[in-house]
Write a protein that binds this ligand. Structure first.
Ligand SMILES: [Zn+2]
Length: 248
């Protein structure tokens, strides 16, 4: 099964790496320890905190992709740096923290924050932008690139807000993630179907770039959340500025 267009996945390191991933996150930024008390038991993205150090320069490397596509991605990503004290540099080589592939069959996904620089993932993509081609409309570039780099900065999906109740067709969701990602039921439940425990949500923001797009193929009654937000919302800008503040 190909990745459904509109669905985005936060990829978590495999189970045997979870404790290591927690330690790696804390080594880089001690604030990451605040949320996790038993890292070996954590199975869901929303219960983890993977923020980079404030002021960090993140290196980005393209593993593939046409130059025209890469260039558009670069231009859009810079926008996060206007609101967050984090810089992105491109053309950094394979040692880069963020490594991007363009596999057309695997949709849009990213690892979250500091998980990207786990040594066990070296040489492998940390983000896939499978829907972008030289002819993709700019608005589509914006919603996909700003969203996926939000994950790379450590943001989770806005739909985890208790306010966003989604009538999932659970059997279809479980089947989808088993086929596309090899996830077992418990893993899919904790990362997709679970109700939020919430990290640092303010209020549900229907304009957030991190709002989870929900394809109707996986819901009951034709429910869908179209991937319509293509700009950073006021709250996105405020929130990322709190996570990565500029010097006063
Ligand atoms: Zn996402």
């Amino acid at each position: 099964m190909e990745a459904l267009k509109g669905l985005c996945t936060v990829v978590m390191p495999e189970a045997r790496l979870r404790e290591f991933a927690f330690q790696h996150a804390v080594d880089l930024n001690s604030d990451n320890a605040l949320l996790e008390e038993q890292p070996q038991r954590i199975a869901a993205a929303m219960e983890t905190r993977r923020r980079w150090p404030v002021g960090m320069t993140l290196r980005v490397h393209f593993l593939a992709g046409e130059r025209a596509v890469q260039h558009r991605v670069e231009e859009i990503v810079a926008e996060w740096s206007q609101h967050a004290n984090v810089q992105f540099v491109f053309g950094a080589g394979p040692e880069a923290e963020i490594r991007i592939s363009f596999n057309p069959n695997s949709g849009s996904w990213s690892y979250m924050g500091t998980d990207c620089s786990l040594s066990q993932l070296a040489g492998r993509p940390t983000m896939n932008l499978g829907w972008l081609t030289p002819t993709t409309p700019l608005v589509e570039y914006r919603r996909v690139v700003l969203h996926e780099f939000g994950h790379a900065l450590g943001l989770v999906h806005e739909h985890l807000s208790p306010a966003a109740e989604i009538p999932w067709d659970e059997a279809k969701v479980l089947n989808y993630y088993r086929q596309t990602n090899g996830w077992d039921e418990a893993y899919t439940r904790s990362n997709v179907l679970a109700r939020s425990k919430a990290d640092a949500y303010t209020r549900f923001d229907p304009h957030s770039i991190m709002l989870y797009p929900v394809p109707r193929e996986l819901t009951l009654g034709g429910f869908e959340i179209p991937w319509s937000n293509s700009e950073l919302s006021a709250l996105d800008k405020e929130f990322i500025g709190q996570i990565y503040p500029f010097p006063a």
